[in-house]
Design a protein around this ligand. Structure first.
Ligand code: FAD
Ligand code: NAD
Length: 560
């Protein structure tokens, strides 16, 4: 442990890894009278990820979606810009460095921002050897470690993705995409360009029909219709094409079916081609190679800018922690398993917590939970139950099983599917097989800002209340375990429309039996939601200005 790190005060030290959606609410609400709090993260700002698709086409400017971590949390919390690369759970020491070898996603690379673009023209094509960055590796002691390091893009090791596709996860990714779109149009304007090459240059492909892919496709279509059409009328009329490729048979498959259907229809009107049941097998410099479901053949699609949005996986530091606590590294988003107080499983002294995208709360399987309820209700051991009675029992038990609350809609659907003859009675066997299928889908909480922020806030409240840090028996200290309150899912789908899915929001909105919402009213809700979510007055003002500026003068199409 370095000299500068010796714990001088008497307060226990909490080290928080990350400056994202999970870490910031925690840092804002933790009691600094009670704890010494240190935040370690390679990114010295909070990033408003829901607005990244807007940044990638210039609807909103880069500085609008970030807020310096220091201004957010104030001087009482120490911030150190570094990657945590290792944890020693025995001595309670973390090791950090500035390049986070193998721990950083492409967008985090701050150094490239300092390189002047060779393509900018003029005299400035030299590389400045920066002398302001000397960052020796350091160790730091902790009493409590909160891991909130998020996730990184999952390429599924598909060839060519790392080399040729853009991600949309960090601010620099959005800036790169904005620049690449501009590049494609300027290249297409070169007089000697062939018609075929123009078409390729102006074919934009998005891989992944989850919310990231859908929102980016929507913003791009808005950009083309509202601005590029004015500056490049012929190119837009003849050559521009946007294609969204999705491996499943629906986009936004995690939302209500009505919403997927609405989005697909809406995209057709917005001139976005949606290729469903299509799997991207590889990406080459000027093409995407796909396989259609049911066919063995590979088809090449010529294109220029490819945005890869096929989901997330655990970061190397998350897998490193998994290994330290005796679990295998994973190539999916599983991350660090926690109990319902969000403490990492396998750390016996309870000193490590994990929240947000890098964590999964371990829950008993749904099938086991339901089986227990079933047996409880079937007092006469008939092996069959009245559906209504059973539903009522599940409702009553919901507070004991947070998973039931979130997925009560799924459970209801499962009942209906299992009871094929509409007898109103269920046998344990039919229920069992149906629930096993449902279980696969719903084990983890979704990887969203909503979940991360609630978890961060929860940890702050929990640690503020803990009276005995040495005792891991939180029940004895009367501390509540974490309960997620789902407020619905929102996605912008372009043309001033958004979709809003309330399923699983029980008991808050479901009381009013709210149906999925789409169209303009949902877009206003989307806007007002993100406006109120913007963390400070400064960013709120910038966002309001950006929206007004875009409406009045259009987006800035210059590349820099
Ligand atoms: P993050 O917010 O990603 O923060 C992780 C932090 O850890 C970062 O500060 C990072 O720099 C830091 N870090 C990384 N490695 C290390 C390390 N080794 N040591 C220390 N620190 C490290 N969710 C919604 O609910 N609604 C939306 O509308 C929405 N829109 C989205 C749009 C896009 C384009 C994307 C990409 C995501 C969106 N999400 C949305 C998902 C949401 O952003 C994530 O679920 C959320 O950011 C997770 O929060 P987190 O704190 O776990 O991670
Ligand atoms: P996702 O996992 O939600 O969706 C990825 C999609 O890519 C899936 O539909 C999958 O079938 C498809 N896919 C995977 N491999 C493919 C391939 N080779 N070819 C074609 N399609 C392929 O990922 P995401 O959209 O990046 O979202 C990541 C997380 O962030 C999610 O938890 C999401 O809920 C959250 N998020 C939320 C919002 C919002 O609420 N508005 C916006 C963005 C992201």
């Amino acid at each position: 442990v370095s000299e500068s790190d010796s714990i001088t005060g008497t307060k226990p030290r909490i080290v928080v890894l990350g400056t994202g959606w999970g870490a910031v609410p925690l840092l804002k609400h933790i009691d600094t009278q009670k704890y010494e709090v240190v935040c370690v993260s390679p990114r010295n700002y909070f990033l408003m990820t829901p607005l990244l698709p807007s940044v990638s086409v210039g609807t909103v400017e880069t500085r609008t979606v970030i807020e310096s971590i220091r201004s957010l949390v104030g001087p009482k919390i120490k911030y150190v810009e570094a990657h945590c690369v290792d944890v020693d759970t025995k001595t309670k020491v973390i090791t950090c460095n500035s390049d986070g070898t193998n721990t950083v996603s492409r967008g985090d690379d701050v150094k490239t921002l300092l390189e002047p673009s060779k393509r900018a023209g003029g005299a400035s094509s030299r590389i400045i050897k920066d002398s302001a960055r000397t960052r020796p590796q350091f160790d730091m002691k902790y009493d409590i470690l909160v891991v909130a390091v998020g996730s990184e893009n999952n390429t599924f090791n598909i060839p060519g993705v790392e080399e040729h596709a853009h991600f949309l996860k960090e601010l620099l990714d959005a800036r790169r995409i904005r620049s690449a779109i501009s590049d494609a149009f300027e290249s297409a304007m070169t007089p000697s360009q062939t018609a075929e090459e123009r078409k390729r240059l102006l074919h934009f492909v998005i891989v992944g029909g989850g919310p990231t892919g859908v929102e980016f496709a929507a913003e791009l279509a808005d950009f083309v219709r509202e601005d590029l059409q004015y500056y490049f009328p012929r190119l837009v009329a003849n050559d521009v094409k946007i294609t969204l490729i999705e491996a499943l048979d629906h986009v936004l498959s995690m939302m209500d079916k009505q919403i997927s259907d609405y989005t697909e229809k809406h995209f057709r009107r917005e001139n976005i081609d949606v290729l469903m049941n299509t799997f991207v097998k590889s990406i080459k410099q000027r093409e995407v190679v796909v396989q259609f479901k049911g066919s063995n053949e590979l088809t090449s699609i010529p294109c220029s800018v490819v945005v890869w949005a096929t989901g997330i996986k655990a970061r190397p530091i998350t897998n490193r922690i998994r290994e330290i606590i005796g679990l295998k590294a994973q190539s999916n988003r599983m991350g660090i398993l926690t109990d319902r107080y969000l403490r990492a499983k396998g750390v016996t002294d309870g000193s490590i917590y994990a929240i947000g995208d890098c964590a999964t709360i371990e829950q008993p399987k749904l099938v086991d939970q339901i089986q227990t309820l079933f047996e409880e209700a079937d007092t006469q051991r008939k092996g069959a139950l009245d559906l209504q009675q059973f539903k009522a029992l599940v409702e009553r038990k919901i507070h004991d099983f947070p998973q039931l609350e979130i997925f009560s809609k799924t459970i209801e659907k499962t009942f209906e599917e299992a009871d094929k003859e509409k007898s109103g009675f269920l046998t344990l066997a039919t229920l069992h097989s149906a629930l096993e299928k449902a279980d696969k889908k719903i084990r983890a909480l979704p990887a969203t800002a909503q979940v991360a922020a609630q978890e961060g806030r929860y940890i702050a409240d929990l640690l503020n209340q803990v009276t005995d840090l040495k005792s891991s028996d939180y029940q004895q200290q009367n501390l509540q375990s974490f309960r997620y309150k789902h407020m619905g899912a929102l996605a912008y789908v372009g043309g001033d429309s958004a979709v809003l899915d309330f399923s699983g929001t029980k008991p808050i909105f479901d009381l009013f039996n709210l149906q999925p919402l789409s169209g303009r009213s949902a877009a206003y809700l989307w806007k007002s939601f993100y406006f109120t979510e913007m963390f400070t007055g400064r960013t709120k003002t910038l966002l309001a200005f950006d929206w007004v500026r875009t409406r009045l003068y259009g987006r800035d199409i210059s590349r820099y």
